[in-house]
Design a protein around this ligand. Structure first.
Ligand SMILES: NC(=O)c1ccc[n+]([C@@H]2O[C@H](COP(=O)([O-])OP(=O)(O)OC[C@H]3O[C@@H](n4cnc5c(N)ncnc54)[C@H](OP(=O)(O)O)[C@@H]3O)[C@@H](O)[C@H]2O)c1
Length: 247
């Protein structure tokens, strides 16, 4: 995909991977719109990058998702790329009754919101595809291929997003909309920070810039399913096991 001259909406652009993508895409000559819940962060980012647009949106709220779509298309009618990036990662102990609101919020953020947003923007992106490339990028995780037990709901949402991305790709093919899956390995961001025992230490992820460079290359090379770094290893091992068991 050509990575210059696009108009891009990134959900969850206030930190980590979303902000990394936003700054990189800006540098490459694209128009970038970010959204998130933290107003002060959005204001600070716009101060640093006045050419960026920022919208306050809580993607767990279906009404706000519709408003986001309306606002973006009203102000940026050339939008041709949606990046479903916003995500949360919670620890869930399944040996005792779960906090059901937490579970709902994690599923709504990581799975329901990207499904809803993809469907809200699909019609517009299909129309744009006649003019220039149009695409949706879903940010999943290496944990979509091999779950870890302390965060079972998170891993389940990412596995579901992997499946969803495959079917979305198939449905939107007829509309000439490309659907990418970028599956990050552990990346050194704020994700799950509040649950870390030692908050002064990173969870050992790769630097954001290293991840972004690899993800950008995957998009440029039209690699529709792109596990990055360790995530590729997790996916390949699972595929090999599947082949072995089904030989
Ligand atoms: N870091 C990793 O190791 C890793 C690995 C695999 C996959 N990923 C995936 O990468 C994506 C980005 O995560 P990150 O690592 O960059 O974490 P992060 O630094 O915590 O960023 C998460 C972003 O999502 C936004 N967000 C969360 N809930 C939201 C909501 N309800 N409405 C709107 N925005 C919301 C946050 O903005 P506000 O708080 O301002 O709303 C923030 O901008 C996630 O989908 C995550 O699952 C990360």
């Amino acid at each position: 995909m050509k990575l210059t001259g696009n108009t891009i909406l990134i959900t969850g652009g206030t930190s980590g991977i979303g902000l990394g993508f936003a700054e990189k895409f800006l540098e490459l000559g694209n128009k970038v719109i970010i959204c998130g819940r933290r107003v002060e962060r959005l204001e600070q980012i716009i101060k640093n990058h006045p050419e960026m647009d920022a919208l306050v949106c809580d993607v767990t709220d279906a009404v706000q998702r519709v408003e986001l779509c309306d606002q973006v298309l009203a102000h940026s009618p050339k939008l041709n790329l949606l990046i479903n990036n916003a995500g949360i990662q919670l620890m869930t102990d399944l040996t005792t009754p779960v906090d059901i609101e937490e579970v709902r919020s994690e599923i709504e953020t990581n799975l329901t919101a990207p499904i809803h947003l993809a469907s809200l923007f699909a019609g517009h992106l299909a129309a744009m595809a006649a003019e220039r490339e149009a695409a949706i990028v879903n940010i999943t995780s290496g944990l979509a291929f091999a779950p870890v037990s302390p965060m079972p709901v998170y891993c389940a949402t990412k596995a579901a997003m992997h499946s969803l991305t495959m079917t979305l790709r198939h449905q939107l093919k007829t509309q000439a909309i490309k659907v990418f899956e970028i599956a990050p390995p552990a990346v050194d961001t704020d994700l799950g920070h509040e649950y870390r025992l030692d908050k002064s230490r990173s969870h050992g992820g790769i630097p954001i810039t290293e991840f972004i460079d690899n993800a950008i290359q995957a998009l440029e090379e039209d690699r529709l399913e792109a596990p990055i770094g360790m995530a590729a290893d997790l996916r390949d091992k699972r595929e090999k096991l599947f082949d072995l068991m089904n030989r």
